[in-house]
Design a protein around this ligand. Structure first.
Ligand code: NDP
Length: 463
């Protein structure tokens, strides 16, 4: 093994790569990790973390409105985009520093350079041309927003990457797409006072989610004043002389906006990595193909996280990293468990979900029970906010297991995290019924829905 410079070379300093490097180094392995940009990856630098900070910022407009019903008179509020950007940048820099320090203290070597494969054991550092060798190589290079080159004028569009650094807050924006990023950013911009339109090709936003969540969120967003245009796509974006954009839609409309943000999926960062030189196989989207242990077709090269396009979520990449270390360095082959991943969409209202949506559960099981509650949460009473909360449990009638839990409303993401544990443990509806409520909370509704709202047998709803 000493024939190689390192036991492990990690390409990519995001959530997955950093975790793998730290844990392997802590085992006493000789580890190097190369990052071409900033440590922290998509999540910390241009994803989850700055997004959540923007979500918090955007919620204040409603908080100020809601305060009146509770007796507060709030002077006319104003918002300064540059203050938000500067504070956000400071926080991201702090986190990036923490990431670096954690890697350093684990004993791994940090290489501030792009790294490309030369062959299955050799890597070239682009910054200084140095060639290093490693016994095992882990690719954790993540992904990037798809630039959607099929759209005429796509070069005038921004993606979430640029949205974090806009010099000025636009007065109007159109967001293309109906997934996580489109929905979250449409709410952020709207909350910050931007006239916001979301254009989505499907019938209803958030494809693949439970239908009640989709309907509930789309209605709530529309009620706030976000225009949602479904069954339409942008066909051409033209930059006008005044710098604004004319967006021609497939439904015949043309809208003029300050910015058009594409949020139509993310693509794996595999271009120019030297995968062909090392003999590593990729799939049709460019994602690296791996087996259930995250091993590529080249047995000393592994890949985790968004570059493998399995489930594009930070905690999944971290989990895959831990499993990789178990498998590669602890002689304990461990396949990542991608079943029952709890997730949140930081829309407004927020969505938290774990397990099967109703339509999938209805296919998977002979009969399901659906428990559903839609109510105005207490916090919206005095404020007068006309926004409902939704809770839904899906139960397999035969085993009584809760196979899906879906929430829309304040703190839905926090609840999804907690619900993820019992669902993973195979909790039954009877366990929910035996659980004492925490009162007064919104979450107590989860343990007080005693009678099914309806059942679905062989795919047919029966009341
Ligand atoms: P998503 O896969 O969530 O959504 C992509 C959207 O773009 C879908 O609405 C899709 O439509 C639409 N789309 C794709 N191709 C086209 C096209 N050619 N023309 C028109 N519309 C198109 O991807 P995002 O970019 O929103 O986010 C990427 C991933 O990042 C997510 O899947 C998620 O895993 C992760 N993420 C997680 C977050 C969280 O945990 N809160 C937050 C942000 C991102 P259709 O549905 O019809 O296919």
């Amino acid at each position: 093994m000493a024939a190689y410079d390192y036991d492990l070379f990690v390409i990519g300093g995001g959530s997955g790569g950093v975790r793998a490097a730290r844990v392997a180094a802590a085992l006493g392995k000789r580890v190097a990790i190369a990052e071409e940009y900033r440590f922290g990856g998509t999540c910390v630098i241009r994803g989850c973390v700055p997004k959540k900070l923007f979500v918090y910022a955007s919620q204040y407009s409603e908080h100020f409105e809601d305060a009146a019903g509770y007796g507060w008179s709030v002077p006319p509020a104003s918002f300064d985009w540059n203050t938000l950007l500067a504070n956000k940048d400071r926080e991201i820099a702090r986190l990036e520093g923490l990431y670096r320090r954690n890697v350093e203290s684990s004993g791994a070597t940090i290489l501030d350079s792009r790294a490309e494969l030369v062959d299955r054991h050799t890597v070239r550092l682009v910054a200084d041309g140095r060639i290093v060798s490693a016994d095992q190589i882990l690719i954790a290079t993540g992904g990037h927003p798809s630039p959607h080159p099929a759209l005429k004028g796509h070069e005038h569009c921004i993606t979430s990457n640029e949205a974090f650094h806009l010099k000025t807050l636009p007065q109007s924006i159109m967001v293309g797409g109906g997934g996580y990023i489109a929905v979250e950013f449409a709410n952020i911009f709207h909350g910050l006072g931007v006239e916001t339109t979301l254009v989505y090709r499907g019938m209803k936003i958030l494809n693949h989610f439970d239908d009640d969540l989709r309907t509930g969120l789309q209605e709530a967003m529309s009620n706030k004043g976000i225009e949602i245009v479904c069954r339409a796509v942008a066909e051409e974006v033209v930059r006008r002389d005044d710098g604004r954009l004319d967006v021609r839609l497939s439904n015949g409309d043309t809208r003029t906006v300050d910015q058009f943000m594409l949020a139509m999926g993310r693509s794996p960062n595999t271009e120019g990595l030297g995968l062909a030189a090392a003999g590593v196989a990729t799939g049709p989207t460019g994602a690296i193909l791996v087996d259930r242990y995250s091993r590529t077709n080249v047995d000393n090269i592994w890949a985790i996280g968004d570059v493998t396009d399995r489930v594009q979520l930070t905690p999944v990449a971290i989990h895959e990293a831990m499993c990789f270390v178990e498998t590669a360095f602890r002689n304990n082959p461990t396949a990542p468990d991608h079943d029952l991943i709890a997730t949140a969409v930081f829309s407004q209202p927020e969505i938290g979900t774990v397990g099967l949506p109703e339509h999938e559960a209805a296919k998977a099981f002979e009969e399901i029970e659906v428990y559903r509650a839609s109510f105005r949460p207490m916090r919206n009473t005095l404020s007068g906010r006309d926004e409902k909360m939704l809770m839904k449990l899906i139960v397999d009638a035969a085993s009584r297991k809760v196979v899906g839990a879906h929430i829309m409303g304040t703190d839905a993401g926090e609840m999804a995290q907690l619900l993820g544990i019992p669902l993973k443990a195979g909790v039954t509806k009877d366990d929910f019924d035996r659980t004492m409520a925490v009162h007064p909370t919104a979450a107590e509704e989860l343990v007080t829905m005693y009678k099914p709202s309806y059942r679905v047998r062989k795919g047919e709803r029966i009341d």
